[in-house]
Design a protein around this ligand. Structure first.
Ligand code: SF4
Length: 492
C-alpha cells in the first residue's frame, strides 16, 4: 500500500503536498517524493519519513501550482532511492506519475514498453512501466492544442491502459503545459478520493488523494470518490474534464476498512471509523451466539487499529473495554542499537501489558486480523504470564487465506496461518480458550450497511480467493510470489 496525492491550486502546491504526505504517512514510511511544475519539472524525493526527506531548503525549489506526491510502501520493485516515486519522463511533453496499487501483468507490460515501444526501464518498479506505457499512448503525430482535444487524447490513452494493464492502480499524474490527471482502475480496488475549495482567484482548487485525512487541515471540502474506470483532467486554467471510460463492478479493497486506512477517513463514501464500529458490533453478536457461557471480564484491543472495533464489541457485550496493552508508537523506525536486533522483533518490545487490568480476569483480545499468527500467540502468552484467568481471541476480519496481488504487501500463502490451518488448529496454535473470526457476510455488512456509496462487492481476494480483476491464475500466483521473494532477498 502507498499514499498518493495530486493538487491543482492558484498558489504554490508543494507545502500542501508535504502536508498530504504527513497525513498519509501511515500508508507508507519507506520513502516519499513530490513533483511540481511551472515552466519545467521540479522534483524532490528520498528514503524515509516525510520529515527526513524534506526541509525548508529543498521545499523552496518545488515551485509551481500543480503537483503530485507519493508515500512509498514497497509492493513491487526494489528498495533503493531509484525506486522512489513519482517517476517522470521527458517524452512527450514531460510527464510525471505516481501510483498506488500493483500491476499483475508486469512482465508482459515491461516487454511491451521495452521491446515494442523501445523505451528503457531504469528500475523494476511497475509504476515506471505504467508511466512509459501512458507516455507512449499520449504520443500523437499532431499534438492537441486545446484542453478539450487533449482530453480526447487522454480518453483514448487511458482506455488503452484499462484494456491492457491488469491489477489495481489509482494514479495521479502531471503533464507539463497541460495540467493534472487522475484515474482509477476499472474495479476501483485502491482508494482515491477528491475534494475542492474556493481559491483567491474566483475559481476552485482541487485535491485528489488516497484518503481525505488532510482535507480538513488544508481547508478542502470532500466531494466524494473517483469512480472505478474514471478519468479526471484539470487543465492549467482549472477547467475540469471527467469521464467514466469503463463501467464494471466497483470492488474496492475491504482490507482498507479492516486495517490500512486511518479511522478518520471516508473511503468510497463509507466512514472507516463507523465501519469498524459495526465490525465490532457484528462480531460481538456472533460471540454471544457461539459462546453464551464465555463472557469475558474485559475486552482489550491489540493496539491500535483494533481499538474502534473493540470498543463497540465491549459495548455490545456489556463488558468493560480496557487498554490493557500499551503500544509505544515511537518504536517503529528507531535506530537499532547493536544487540537489539532480536529484542526489536519481539512483541514484548512493542507492547507493554498492564497487570492490574489482566490479573485474575477472563480477557478477550480483539485484533483487526490474524495474518501470520505469531504475534497473536505472543500476546496470548504475555497475558497468561500476567495472570489472566482465561484468554479468548477474536478477529474483526475473517481468516486471511490468500496473498494480495493488488498493492498490499502480504506474506506468501505459505506464511499465512489461515492458508495452512483450519480454525480449530489455529485456536490450538494460539493457545487460547476460545477463538472467533468474523464471517465474510458480517464483514461486508459492516462496510456496506451505511453510507451513500456505490460499492457492488468489495475485493476480498485475500479472504475468499476471488481476485476481482480476473487476472490471477495458479501460474500467475507462482510467478508473482517468486518475484516478491526475489525483491525481498535483494532488499538492502
Ligand atoms: Fe485488499 Fe485483500 Fe483485495 Fe488485496 S486481496 S485488495 S488486501 S481485499
Amino acid at each position: 500500500m502507498c499514499g498518493i496525492a495530486g493538487i491543482y491550486s492558484d498558489k504554490t502546491v508543494a507545502p500542501e503536498l508535504y502536508d498530504s504526505i504527513i497525513h498519509l504517512q501511515h500508508r507508507g514510511q519507506d520513502a516519499a517524493g513530490i513533483m511540481t511544475y511551472d515552466d519545467r519539472m521540479h522534483k524532490e524525493k528520498g528514503m524515509g519519513l516525510a520529515k527526513e526527506v524534506f526541509n525548508s531548503e529543498n521545499m523552496k525549489l518545488l515551485s509551481g501550482n500543480i503537483g503530485i506526491s507519493h508515500n512509498r510502501y514497497p509492493t513491487h520493485g526494489g528498495f533503493s532511492h531509484g525506486e522512489v516515486q513519482p517517476f517522470w519522463t521527458s517524452v512527450p511533453y514531460g510527464i510525471a506519475l505516481a501510483h498506488n496499487g500493483n500491476i499483475t501483468n508486469y512482465n508482459e507490460m515491461a516487454n511491451e514498453v521495452t521491446q515494442t515501444e523501445n523505451r528503457y526501464l531504469n528500475t523494476t518498479s511497475d509504476s515506471e512501466v505504467l508511466l512509459h506505457y501512458f507516455a507512449d499512448q499520449l504520443h500523437t503525430t499532431s499534438p492537441p492544442t486545446s484542453s478539450k482535444d487533449f482530453f480526447d487524447v487522454l480518453c483514448d490513452a487511458v482506455t488503452n491502459i484499462f484494456s491492457n494493464v491488469r491489477g489495481a492502480y489509482s494514479v495521479v499524474s502531471l503533464v507539463i503545459g497541460k495540467g493534472l490527471i487522475v484515474f482509477r482502475d476499472p474495479h476501483g480496488i485502491r482508494p482515491l478520493v477528491k475534494g475542492e475549495r474556493p481559491n483567491g482567484s474566483g475559481g476552485k482548487d482541487y485535491i485528489f488523494a488516497s484518503e481525505n485525512t488532510m482535507f480538513y487541515a488544508l481547508g478542502y471540502e470532500p466531494t466524494g470518490t473517483v469512480l472505478p474506470g474514471e478519468l479526471i483532467y484539470v487543465d492549467e486554467q482549472g477547467t475540469v474534464f471527467n469521464k467514466r471510460l469503463v463501467k464494471t463492478k466497483f470492488n474496492p479493497c475491504i482490507f482498507e476498512y479492516v486495517y490500512f486506512a486511518r479511522p478518520d477517513s471516508t473511503l468510497n463514501d463509507v466512514s472507516v471509523y463507523r465501519s469498524r464500529l459495526r465490525m465490532g458490533q457484528n462480531l460481538a453478536k456472533a460471540w454471544k451466539n457461539k459462546y453464551p457461557n464465555k463472557t469475558p471480564d474485559i475486552v482489550i484491543p491489540a493496539p491500535s487499529t483494533a481499538n474502534t472495533s473493540a470498543l463497540s464489541f465491549a459495548h455490545e457485550l456489556g463488558v468493560r473495554y480496557s487498554e490493557g496493552l500499551y503500544k509505544n508508537t515511537f518504536i517503529g523506525r528507531t535506530f537499532i542499537m547493536p544487540g537489539q536486533e532480536e529484542r526489536k522483533k519481539s512483541v514484548k518490545y512493542k507492547l507493554v501489558p498492564q497487570e492490574l487490568e489482566i490479573r485474575d480476569k477472563k480477557v478477550l483480545i480483539l485484533d483487526d486480523s490474524i495474518v501470520r499468527g505469531n504475534t497473536s500467540r505472543e500476546i496470548v502468552r504475555m497475558l497468561r504470564d500476567f495472570g489472566a484467568k482465561e484468554v479468548y481471541f477474536s478477529s474483526a476480519c475473517p481468516p486471511v487465506q490468500n496473498p494480495c496481488f493488488y498493492g498490499v504487501d502480504m506474506p506468501t500463502k505459505h506464511e499465512l496461518i489461515a492458508g495452512n490451518m483450519n480454525e480449530h488448529e489455529i485456536e490450538k496454535y494460539l493457545e487460547v480458550d476460545a477463538l472467533l473470526y468474523q464471517t465474510i457476510d458480517n464483514l461486508v455488512e459492516a462496510v456496506k450497511r451505511k453510507g451513500n456509496h456505490y460499492i457492488d462487492q468489495p475485493c476480498m481476494a485475500c479472504l475468499n480467493g476471488n481476485y476481482v480483476a480476473n487476472d490471477i491464475s495458479d501460474k500467475k500466483i507462482a510467478e508473482i510470489e517468486a518475484m516478491r521473494i526475489q525483491d525481498r532477498n535483494g532488499a538492502s
